[in-house]
Design a protein. Structure first.
Length: 415
């Protein structure tokens, strides 16, 4: 088990005069493979199936700008001022009906902490729970941004197996016991139960209470990261783990995928002791979340039909998922993949013997980008998979991207 991702080489600055001065924790920080790809993949001639950028082309920016201008005229001095470290009370109230859609009906505004994106929430929870060498159990493959946070706190990330129904309860229990036998402190289970990034799978409804029961019995905190839960293609939502257990679950959700990531506004719900520490950690990290961003979000929520927008996203992303699925059937029938029920990602297994990471420069030359599966593991696995995002490109571009990818794979198989 390693904590640093061996797949992502650190950026080495030659003759860095501070080379000997960095903290140990900086040694385990690595550029994410996705960030490294970003510049190349955003060239217009490249079909990017790499990034997880939501499609914002259908946002009502003209109408929104009028409401935002009014908000600034009337409340500019609040919007441009420092605010509460726990977050704007109005927004903490506004997130309650959103969470109710996934069965969380008992949360109060005081249980909520607003964060600078869920990325910051992951940093805060790790900061308050984990010392170097502690263990976080996580699904493998794992959200690359979470791996980055866990590594930066020098935590040991231990993989727990998933299948088509998500995290396997028995594997979770065994992993806790094995780590405890080895004398390790298991601090939490990190899970993305809905429309997983990158695996695309969803934890079955039947498994959810079983996982909660194990966590309670073994006293392991569950960190439930749920940015995609409202983006199910059949209109269905799944009961949040937090809806069944308010004491053992820290819940994270975000406006990044249902409104816009540029706002950097997300929220957490935690039991009282943890919530108090999260507020202190938020304060020491950033003083307070941006009032301007939070009030932009509340303006949007208060004046626009956000539920209708989510419905629209669901059908748009479903169409793109279908375009991905049919293009894969047409051009890459010998590969295997899942057909996700929601979210942004298809997890593609490539033919035996090929290496998704090694192949990537050839794919870029062929003007298609993806993320190698290696980005989502901390132990060198994943070269036999790639993550294909269908959220941003149009169905036609998705089809063209898969056609180009099939050309690259065919050439690899020929050599
Ligand atoms: N968790 C998961 C599973 C994600 O996919 C992402 C974004 N890609 C995040 C957290 C971070 O989201 P945010 O923009 O809210 O920081």
């Amino acid at each position: 088990m390693t904590t640093a991702n061996p797949n992502t080489a650190p950026t080495v600055i030659s003759n860095d005069p501070w080379f000997d001065s960095y903290a140990h924790r900086a040694e385990s920080m690595r550029a994410s493979e996705i960030r490294a790809l970003f510049a190349v993949a955003s060239r217009p001639e490249v079909v990017s199936l790499a990034g997880g950028m939501p499609y914002l082309g259908r946002m009502p920016f003209a109408e929104l700008s009028e409401q935002l201008a009014r908000m600034l005229r009337e409340q500019g001095e609040v919007a441009w001022q420092y605010g509460s470290a726990q977050g704007d009370p109005h927004l903490r109230e506004d997130v309650l009906p959103i969470m109710a859609l996934e069965g969380i009906t008992d949360a109060q505004p005081d249980d909520v902490v607003i964060t600078n994106g869920s990325q910051s929430g992951l940093d805060l929870i790790t900061r308050i729970m984990c010392d170097p060498g502690d263990v976080i159990l996580a699904e493998a493959p794992n959200y690359v941004g979470a791996l980055g946070v866990f590594q930066s706190f020098q935590v040991d990330v231990v993989n727990v197996t998933m299948d088509a129904d998500g995290l396997i309860p028995e594997a979770f229990e065994e992993a806790v016991q094995a780590q405890r036998r080895a004398g390790k402190h298991v601090k939490m289970l990190y899970t993305v139960p809905n429309f997983h990034n990158p695996a695309g799978v969803t934890m079955s409804v039947e498994r959810r209470p079983r996982i909660l029961e194990i966590a309670r019995r073994l006293h392991v905190l569950i960190v439930e990261d749920n940015p995609y839960g409202l983006l199910g293609f059949d209109g269905r939502t799944y009961p949040a783990l937090r809806s069944m257990d308010a004491q053992n679950v820290v819940y994270l959700s975000s406006f990044s995928k249902i409104i816009a990531p540029g706002m950097r506004v997300a929220w957490m719900v935690a039991p009282p002791g943890i919530r108090q520490k999260l507020v202190l950690a938020n304060e020491s990290a950033i003083l307070c979340p941006s009032n301007m961003s939070q009030m932009t979000v509340t303006t949007y929520l208060d004046h626009f039909d956000w539920q209708a927008r989510i419905e629209d996203y669901r059908s748009m992303y479903r169409e793109r998922r279908d375009a991905m699925d049919s293009a894969l059937h047409e051009y890459l029938p010998t590969c295997s993949w899942n057909k996700p029920k929601g979210g942004f990602y298809t997890w593609l297994k490539i033919p035996k013997g090929l290496d998704a990471k090694a192949m990537l420069p050839r794919a870029i030359t062929a003007k298609v980008a993806y993320v190698s599966g290696t980005a989502f593991y901390n132990d060198g696995q994943g070269a036999d998979h790639m993550r294909l995002s269908f959220c941003y490109p149009t169905p036609e571009r998705i089809r063209e991207g898969v056609r180009r990818l099939a050309g690259v794979i065919d050439r690899e198989l020929d050599t």
